[in-house]
Design a protein around this ligand. Structure first.
Ligand code: GLA
Ligand code: GLA
Length: 677
């Protein structure tokens, strides 16, 4: 039986708030009182504080001054609000960088940065770890059991890498451990005989970079793994005093959209709840496409911990860092907030509460602008979102039970990008994952985004697009899933290399995947951008672009055949019964059509129910959450057209009007939220 699992157990309600930087207004604290009144007016019940406050909290080494934080937390608390408290490691005070230069990062050129910017500390530096640990301990001692504090926001948007001598040595130690201190083992794993790259000792290894060896794929991959490992180690070090002194509160890190540098699947076990900062480029083209890509990341963050996540940041209007910074149109403000909730968020939070007066973010959107009032379009839309969150509070903590999943893997993305071959102008891994996700989104089917090593047993259908890198564990996981009755959908390039980026021997896809799929892949035709091929399935023909893999059916049933080219008549898609399950293979990249047709049938055969009983018009989708007793369905319209009538699965309660309805009409950028008993 499904039960609620609130992101913040100590406050089982939707959080509606923002990043709040009251320390910027210490010279005029009357602003704080205005803020408190406006927060109530905006239906906000939470503020994230302390994110960049280190210089105020520890103005000189070892001299702490928590007075502003004491005061603001008390103020928020006495006004009925909650606090997400940050650790301040995202930006350090000047004294720290001046006294201990080792906390500053070193770049590709070996040059150490000066004190500047933020999000740029060395994650290996023992001094930085010690200083962060000390202030985190003070914060946890002081506020770790404060009734207003509901969660810990660890640092801010971890990213990037450092190439200082400490990191280089930590990298070598990471490799020593991984390869059992045996340099020959590493030489074989990285295939260093190629171009005479053999290492005699671990001491000779340097981080790959612009001016250092960067052609050994195993080295490049292991460096990226190390960066994730070291960042995770830093996060765990940050969390240690917090977990010790504030064990009841969850810790989170705020993650990002299309983020490349760190493998978030690895970071997931360092945190209790996932949260992310979502800044889609709304209105730059078809909003349905933008919504679906955003949905992919909401789905990923929900899947990361298999429980509600937090939307930690979003803009109430516009950002300041894109090429063109356009405000959300009326309607999209509230709809985009509800989208996060539809996909499993227990919060809607903004960057930022009040616009800073100076520096780089002074033109970034905020709930309260430089006018300092609640009398703006943006403020009123925030107020409305807060009102709706109160009306639907029973949904907080409910879960999404997706029967379909898409495998997305950072290590696979890195390996594909490193691969010289196929199309070197870009393999389009991310876009291909989006394309498979689109099929589910357009049908209004809930879909998880998971690691190849995830437990697959709860899914009726798993799609693994372009899973080029498959280690033994992944091969075994996929094999067991199909053997036990699952339906697995793989594509061209599946199982090409192993975990250190060595090609599998004995034919592709590697290892047991050949038997699972009942095929043998022989070569790939990479198409020029102006070329197209075709595949026929029954009486339908589909356009193919970019990649046509030439495969042989070795036991698999052929579902589609190439219609032209020198491989005409050969299989373009196959299916194979394996154990109690089914393995479907798509050998080519289609431009919409083939994947839709194949998935259409597989979704039906796997018994996966869309959330709504009808085909959805362009731009409309539906997602669900449940507490095991009630099912909540969110219907969302990302088009600027009115959608006349969308049928619901029977009579449902409209949570916004209280009426019983069987269908919904959606205005442009409109949505509805319904409860099925
Ligand atoms: C050149 C080099 C070879 C090899 C080929 C690949 O000809 O001499 O070592 O790299 O390119 O096409
Ligand atoms: C990120 C950061 C915030 C702020 C916003 C601006 O999400 O975490 O501090 O800079 O971007 O969009």
């Amino acid at each position: 039986m499904v039960q609620k699992r609130h992101a913040c157990q100590s406050y089982p309600h939707f959080l509606h708030g923002a990043d709040y930087n009251p320390e910027q207004w210490l010279h005029d604290k009357s602003i704080w009182d205005v803020d408190m009144a406006l927060m109530q007016q905006a239906n906000c019940n939470e503020m994230s504080v302390g994110i960049f406050s280190w210089a105020k909290l520890e103005p000189r080494e070892g001299e702490y001054d928590f007075s502003f934080l004491d005061e603001i937390i008390e103020k928020i608390h006495s006004n009925g609000g909650k606090v997400i408290l940050a650790t301040p490691s995202g930006a350090r005070p000047r004294w720290l960088a001046e006294k201990y230069p080792e906390v500053l990062r070193v770049g590709h050129d070996g040059v150490r940065e000066h004190f500047r910017g933020r999000h740029n500390h060395c994650y290996t530096s023992p001094v930085y770890r010690e200083k962060v640990g000390a202030i985190n301990r003070k914060l946890a001692e002081r506020y770790g059991n404060h009734p207003a504090v509901v969660a810990w926001h660890i640092s801010n948007e971890y990213s990037g890498e450092c190439r200082c001598p400490l990191c280089q040595e930590a990298f070598r130690n990471f490799l020593r451990e991984k390869y059992d201190n045996d340099i020959q083992k590493l030489n074989l794993a990285w295939w260093t005989t190629f171009w005479s790259k053999t290492f005699d000792s671990f001491d000779q290894i340097e981080a790959p970079g612009k001016h250092t060896e960067n052609g050994l794929h195993g080295l490049n991959l292991d460096w990226r793994r190390f960066v994730t490992h070291q960042t995770k180690d830093f996060i765990l070090a940050e969390c240690a005093p917090i977990r010790e002194l504030s064990p009841k509160l969850p810790v989170t890190i705020n993650m990002m959209f299309e983020f490349y540098d760190l493998n978030y699947h690895q970071l997931a076990d360092a945190i209790d709840i996932a949260s992310w900062d979502s800044y889609p480029e709304w209105h730059n083209g078809d909003d349905a496409v933008i919504a679906q890509k955003t949905a992919f990341w909401h789905d990923l963050y929900r899947s990361l911990k298999k429980r509600p996540f937090l939307l930690m940041e979003s803009t109430p209007s516009l950002v300041n860092w894109k090429s063109y910074n356009k405000p959300k149109k009326p309607g999209m403000d509230v709809l985009s907030a509800m989208q996060a909730v539809a996909h499993g968020s227990d919060s809607v939070q903004y960057f930022q509460w009040r616009k800073s007066r100076g520096s780089s973010e002074k033109l970034h959107g905020a709930v309260v602008g430089h006018d300092g009032t609640g009398d703006t379009r943006v403020f009123r839309s925030v107020q409305k979102t807060g009102q709706i969150l109160k009306q639907i509070d029973e949904i907080c903590g409910t879960l999404t039970q997706a029967k379909a999943a898409i495998v997305f893997d950072w290590e696979n993305m890195w390996a594909l990008d490193d691969a010289q071959g196929y199309a070197n102008v870009g393999k389009q891994y991310m876009n291909t994952c989006y394309e498979y996700h689109r099929v589910f989104w357009e049908k209004g089917i809930d879909c998880d985004i998971i690691s190849p090593k995830a437990d697959l047993s709860g899914y009726a259908l798993v799609v693994a697009p372009m899973l080029y890198m498959t280690d033994e564990e992944t091969i075994e996981n996929l094999k067991q899933y199909v053997a036990a009755g699952g339906t697995l959908y793989g594509t061209y390039m599946l199982g090409t290399v192993n975990e250190t980026d060595l090609c599998w021997l004995g034919g592709m896809p590697g290892g047991a995947l050949k038997e699972v799929f009942g095929i043998l892949a022989e070569e790939i035709d990479t198409l020029y951008p102006h070329e197209q091929q075709h595949a026929g399935m029954g009486d339908r023909e589909f356009t193919l672009v970019d990649y046509c893999e030439v495969i042989h059916a070795k036991g698999a049933r052929v579902l589609a055949e190439y219609a032209d080219g020198w491989y005409a008549g050969m299989p373009a898609a196959t299916e194979n019964r394996y154990g109690k399950g089914l393995a479907v293979y798509q050998a080519c990249r289609d431009r919409e059509g083939l994947k839709d047709a194949l998935l259409d049938r597989l979704i039906r055969d796997a018994g996966i129910q869309p959330n709504l009983p009808c085909a959805l018009p362009h731009g409309v989708t539906a997602h669900s959450r449940t507490d095991g007793v009630h099912t909540y369905i969110f219907v969302e319209n990302y088009s600027d057209q009115t959608v006349e009538e969308v049928a619901l699965p029977g009579s449902m309660t409209d949570l916004l009007t209280g009426e019983n309805v069987t269908s919904v009409q959606l205005p442009p950028y409109g949505f509805g939220i319904f409860r099925k008993e």
